[in-house]
Design a protein around this ligand. Structure first.
Ligand code: GDG
Length: 500
């Protein structure tokens, strides 16, 4: 049966586990993150489908089926799994997406690696995703494509299925034209994106960057500009925009541009944070701290997340503020999603080396200043650490949104805790009362963390109240509703047509 919502995302929406020699499909272990959120959209449509890839030569799964039917808490949906060879995966994902696009999207021109990109493989893989989506989509269906590694899918899909509604969401930043245009395939990428009905970004700044890139290469007409909603421009000092372009016309079509910040599942996190088990765990953590202040940092091991710069700031603090030695503890959770890539291995080595130096220089029998955690922490534990921390120190050099800082605020049902947040996280546009910091400046990094550690309780609570209100308001459901409005689904249309 054709589907009226097709989600095209490179990752599969479940985990495969082997039970008695047979493969079973299970709900992803991590209840946070974007995958469960995307799946929850299926409940709003009559029939859903997901398109992902699967390693064709995976020896652990000889019974590989191309399309599987899944039934989980979100309903019934089918998953098309494109069989990619290991060479295709390396070329499409690790080389083109991670070595070429990722650094450019985050503004790291110096890390951009052009030579190994095999553009024909990138096109071939994107074409396969587009064909699979076209095969699943019902007449007039919504096809929702996610992230830069599928940049060419909208253009291909538009030629295969002119009838479908195509929406594309960027989870990363979108860089200014002079950085985006470093990509030799810039025109092809932009033309593909302009074949969409809707192109979504987290914040207005990325929308305007996209328009400036499109204008620099193509004859696009700006149709409409709107003042940025107050809640998205909460802080006058935030790196936001006063107004945002909401529509462009290109090649006889109108494309809606949307700034729609992804939120977190506040209800779920609050329930976890208030559970007895969490309270017990928080008690244990605090007891282990022996009255020390806990600074918590969580992020993937990636140069964009600013882990090295953060540890260096912590080292400077211990050097310059002897009075804080023995009084603070930094827990730095940095988990690698691409441990097999050289760039990420190097960061891991650098983190370990700085952590060793800090602990070697300042630690003693009673106190280890820095705990570096490189293995994933169960989400329930993470929430307990969010609750137990005095300060969440979230300092990416560039980040599309950053959900960790929102999870931290959601978990603080006690109303306490300080958030120090990089100005270059998309979330900084929303979280007006976080302590802002510029991770490229030693002075700014060092003063922000010291300011946070010394903040009086009244100020902490006042700031947390404002941030929590924003995280609660613009939660994951808020984002979902925003997306649904842009889709204007056939099901919703039927429902509203039936209203008196
Ligand atoms: C991309 C964009 C954008 C981390 N360590 C552990 C763990 N995590 C979870 C966090 C959070 C998620 O991973 C990280 O989300 P972020 O949003 O911070 O970052 P990216 O992975 O880079 O996500 C980003 C996002 O897409 C959504 O559009 O915000 O800007 O780069 O949920 O909790 N979870 C567990 N253990 C860990 O050790 N269980």
């Amino acid at each position: 049966m054709p589907s009226d919502l097709v989600i095209v995302y490179h990752r599969q929406p479940y985990e495969e586990v082997e039970v008695d020699g047979k493969i079973e499909f299970r709900e992803n272990k991590s209840p946070n993150g974007i995958v469960p959120t995307l799946k929850s959209f299926f409940g709003r449509f009559d029939k859903g489908a997901w398109v992902a890839w699967k390693n064709a030569d995976d020896p652990s799964n000889p019974g590989f089926e191309r399309v599987v039917e899944i039934e989980d808490q979100h309903g019934k949906y089918s998953v098309s799994r494109l069989p990619l060879t290991p060479e295709q995966v390396t070329s499409f994902y690790h080389v083109s997406s991670k070595e070429a696009f990722w650094p450019i999207l985050h503004g790291f021109k110096e890390r951009y690696n052009y030579d190994p990109v095999d553009w024909s493989t990138f096109r071939e893989v994107n074409w396969a995703f587009a064909e699979a989506a076209a095969a699943e989509a019902a007449q007039g269906a919504v096809v929702w494509v996610h992230d830069y590694n599928l940049w060419l899918v909208p253009g291909y899909l538009r030629t295969l299925r002119p009838d479908v509604k195509i929406s594309f969401f960027h989870h990363t930043p979108f860089p200014p034209a002079d950085i985006f245009n470093v990509l030799p395939w810039r025109r092809e990428i932009l033309e593909s994106l302009l074949a969409c009905d809707v192109v979504g970004f987290h914040i207005p700044r990325y929308v305007n960057n996209f328009v400036s890139a499109a204008r620099s290469l193509l004859e696009v007409d700006t149709q409409k500009r709107e003042k940025v909603k107050d809640e998205l421009n909460a802080q006058t000092s935030a790196l936001s925009e006063q107004s945002v372009i909401t529509e462009v016309a290109y090649d006889g079509r109108t494309v809606l541009l949307q700034a729609s910040p992804v939120g977190v599942d506040v209800d779920y996190i609050e329930t976890l944070a208030q559970s007895e088990e969490t309270a017990k765990r928080v008690g244990e953590i605090r007891e282990g701290l022996k009255d020390r202040q806990l600074i918590l940092s969580v992020g993937r091991t990636d140069y964009t997340k600013g882990g090295i710069e953060q540890l260096e700031s912590f080292e400077r603090m211990l050097e310059n503020r002897p009075d804080l030695r023995g009084k603070v503890q930094l827990m730095h959770v940095s988990v690698s999603a691409n441990a097999n890539m050289t760039a990420y291995q190097q960061i891991q080595e650098d983190l370990e080396s700085i952590a060793g130096r800090i602990n070697g220089r300042y630690g003693n029998f009673d106190w280890q200043p820095l705990l570096l955690i490189s293995n994933p922490v169960p989400f329930t534990d993470l929430v307990a650490f969010y609750r137990a921390a005095d300060v969440a120190w979230i300092t990416p050099l560039a980040d599309g949104m950053n959900l960790v800082c929102k999870e931290f605020c959601a978990a603080r049902t006690d109303g306490d805790g300080v958030l120090v947040l990089s100005e270059f996280a998309g979330a900084a546009v929303e979280l007006a009362t976080a302590v802002p910091t510029n991770p490229f400046s030693h002075k700014s990094m060092d003063s922000a963390i010291e300011f946070a550690l010394a903040m009086p309780e009244e100020d902490r609570r006042g700031r947390m109240k404002v941030n929590r209100a924003m995280v609660q308001k613009q939660d994951i459901r808020f984002w979902a509703e925003d997306q649904m409005r842009a889709f204007s689904t056939p099901k919703e249309k039927t429902a509203s047509a039936a209203e008196p």
